[in-house]
Design a protein around this ligand. Structure first.
Ligand code: SF4
Length: 673
């Protein structure tokens, strides 16, 4: 039975990018309960299983409580002063390009801002990145190119008034449950649902049309849909003429498509594609939602461009309940991007060419563009990168090519990890610094719909754990830097608002009763529910049709099946948090590889039996579950479990524009063990 709380603190769920409002129940120094905040506009009192039952990881006896320094291969507890002096001394040995930092979508806006400021202004390095590289980096790049802003155009609740929802490469009932709830409410009100996904999911079972295409074949399919919309005269000519560019070139390209080739690449019949296109284009307003089934490809940027073309063609932008909506995975991945934890963009997506306001404010020169996360590991292996600072992330399990990542981390001269638990990555560090969990600090998260929300301290941190921003500020001061003497996270936010125009009208004081969606440019501005209502954020004010290239991956005789990796409802990322919540184990305590019954019969795989999965990158053994949810020739597993680390199998190609590694198309072989 759940203990009754002594106090309840209004805050935000630390898990997915929906950013549900919660009341966190606290008794003494323990979290004992949570309930949905009925006044929060995102969840209106509702919570999914993680927000409701998975917050007690904060109480775990395994929390880090003291700074640790590795001596002769073993960690030894030390005082903060010794730990910070060691880190300051070692980091001062390295030049800018020899140092890299990894920020975190689990940390607050203020903490991400401070880490990128430390990296750029103190270490003089442009090498700052975070897990968006493996999530929505392609969205940031492509939607900036086509629309002028890389964020979700509309809001979660607006989905409920859409006449049609096109869900592509997304499984929101598992990964974004409160967004799925809005989709279900829309269906109940009569909206049509079209799903494009190689997998059968709970959301696809609710769809009017489910196009089960081959992994990696979204671009030809979406381009064919655009062609059918034009052929049927369902494109919005007035919108195209008044608000877009490059339409003629785009139309000529889609009209020249070889439909027989499209059918063979996608595995979807032409008439099914036409029916989906007509359904999407004839219902107004229509929303597109998508997740990592679109972005986690070596052509992720082109995938998003294809979807952007579809929304532009039908005029579904700049109006309520329409738009193109990337569903951000982790709770603050939108905020970490907004705060400039990216190697090529400053806070607020300001370019490095416009760095003068940052150099003025910070009193330092601003270094040029740095390395992306995968490039950092390449550079470590080549000896070009020698020191790394990782805040709240576990790349050893979350990055592709696990063995390469391990070698890269091991080859560094100096590695610092700052976290709440001893993760697999922290085990490799020279110094580990204990950080506060989200319930132990004040600050802000920005959810997937650009809503900046306040999180509040509900209890004291265990032992000597400190907030991530305090640790970095203490370190900066140890290194002799000025400009890091903040008294509170609210003071840091004031600096952010002074430098980032889209956050200019936001302050902690204004966030006391509900969040504000950026852009919010002044204290009189109420925030922005949907983007692009009058003009696009491009230099010309018009959106652009762009032509995506496409190449559908191939399997080989040696590796004849395609592995797709993903997530499930009950676990989060590499389980550093959910793995400490026993209540969740009854739902999902180990990995299962989904395999189609026809493949299972052909290969002699039994339901519940163990299989060996092998790719060019590595191999692992995992329990098989025979399921019609995956199509013939495709297998699926999550990357949650350290015991079956899916990323030993993935890797290889990267998106040349965004640096996104290919995670949804890994050729593998399967055999029973
Ligand atoms: Fe938390 Fe996301 Fe669940 Fe909401 S939907 S309770 S934010 S995990």
């Amino acid at each position: 039975r759940e203990e009754k709380p002594f106090t309840e603190v209004k805050t935000v769920c630390p898990y997915c990018g929906a950013g549900c409002g919660i009341y966190l129940g606290v008794r003494g120094d323990r979290v004992v309960s949570s309930r949905g905040d009925p006044d929060n506009p995102v969840n209106r009192g509702k919570l999914c299983v993680k927000g409701r039952f998975a917050l007690k990881f904060v109480n775990s006896p395994e929390r880090l409580k003291k700074p640790l320094i590795k001596v002769d291969g073993r960690f030894v507890e030390v005082e903060w002063d010794e730990a910070l002096s060691t880190v300051a001394e070692r980091l001062s040995e390295y030049s800018g390009e020899e140092f890299a930092a990894v920020a975190s979508a689990k940390c607050t806006n203020e903490e991400n801002y401070i880490l990128q400021k430390f990296t750029r202004a103190v270490m003089l390095s442009g090498n700052i990145d975070h897990c968006a590289r493996l999530c929505h980096a392609p969205s940031v790049r492509s939607l900036s190119m086509t629309l002028g802003s890389g964020a979700m155009t509309n809001s979660i609740a607006e989905l409920e008034d859409s006449a049609c929802i096109l869900a592509v490469g997304t499984n929101p009932t598992e990964t974004h449950p409160l967004t799925a709830y809005s989709v279900i409410r829309a269906i109940r009100s009569g909206a049509k649902l079209v799903v494009i996904d190689p997998r059968r999911t709970r959301i696809s079972e609710l769809a009017d049309i489910h196009l089960q295409n081959r992994p990696g074949s979204d671009i030809p399919l979406i381009m064919a849909m655009c062609r059918f919309i034009i052929e049927e005269g369902l494109h919005d000519t007035e919108f195209i003429e008044s608000r877009t560019e490059n339409f003629d070139e785009f139309r000529d390209a889609v009209m020249a498509l070889d439909l027989e080739e499209v059918e063979s690449l996608t595995g979807v019949g032409v008439e099914d594609m036409r029916r989906a296109a007509i359904t999407y284009a004839s219902k107004k307003p229509a929303s597109i939602i998508y997740s990592m089934g679109i972005t986690q490809h070596a052509h992720g940027t082109d995938n998003v461009i294809a979807l952007s073309n579809l929304a532009l063609l039908t005029g579904n932008l700049g109006k309520p309940s329409a738009g193109i909506n990337p569903l951000r995975g982790q709770n603050n991945v939108q905020g970490a991007c907004d705060m400039g934890a990216l190697p090529d963009l400053l806070p607020g997506y300001q370019t490095l060419d416009d760095s003068f306001r940052f150099s003025d404010k910070w009193g330092s020169t601003i270094p040029g563009p740095g390395m992306t996360l995968p490039e950092m590991f390449d550079a470590a292996l080549e000896g070009r990168l020698r020191a790394m600072y990782i805040m709240g992330e576990n790349p050893l399990l979350s990055e592709p090519e696990t063995e390469k990542t391990r070698k890269a981390l091991e080859s560094l001269d100096f590695l610092v990890v700052q976290d709440i638990f001893m993760t697999e990555t922290a085990e490799l560090a020279d110094v580990v610094l204990p950080a506060c969990a989200w319930a132990e600090k004040d600050g802000t998260f920005t959810n997937t719909e650009r809503r900046v929300q306040l999180i509040r301290k509900a209890l004291d941190a265990p032992g000597e754990a400190r907030t991530d921003w305090e640790i970095i500020c203490m370190l900066a001061e140890k290194m002799g830097a000025e400009g890091f003497d903040y008294a509170s996270s609210s003071e840091i936010f004031k600096e952010i608002a002074a430098l980032v125009p889209s956050y200019a009208g936001i302050s902690h004081e204004r966030l006391q009763d509900g969040g504000i969606q950026w852009p919010c440019t002044s204290y009189e501005h109420g925030g922005t529910q949907y983007l692009h209502s009058e003009r696009f954020s491009t230099p010309t004010g018009r959106a652009s049709f762009l032509l995506p290239g496409y190449h559908v991956g191939e399997v080989s005789e040696e590796y004849p099946m395609v592995l797709v990796t993903g997530r499930n409802l009950y676990q989060y990322h590499t389980r550093s948090m959910t793995g400490r919540v026993p209540e969740l184990d009854s739902f999902s305590d180990r990995e299962e590889l989904l395999i189609n019954p026809l493949d299972a019969a052909k290969l002699g795989v039994e339901d519940g039996g163990t299989v060996l999965v092998k790719s060019e990158g590595g191999s692992l053994e995992v329990r098989a579950r025979v399921s019609g949810d995956v199509m013939e020739g495709v297998v699926f597993m999550t990357f949650h479990f350290a015991e079956t680390p899916a990323n030993v199998l993935t890797g290889g190609d990267r998106d040349p524009v965004s640096g996104m590694p290919e995670l949804k198309f890994t050729p593998v072989s399967i055999r029973p063990v």
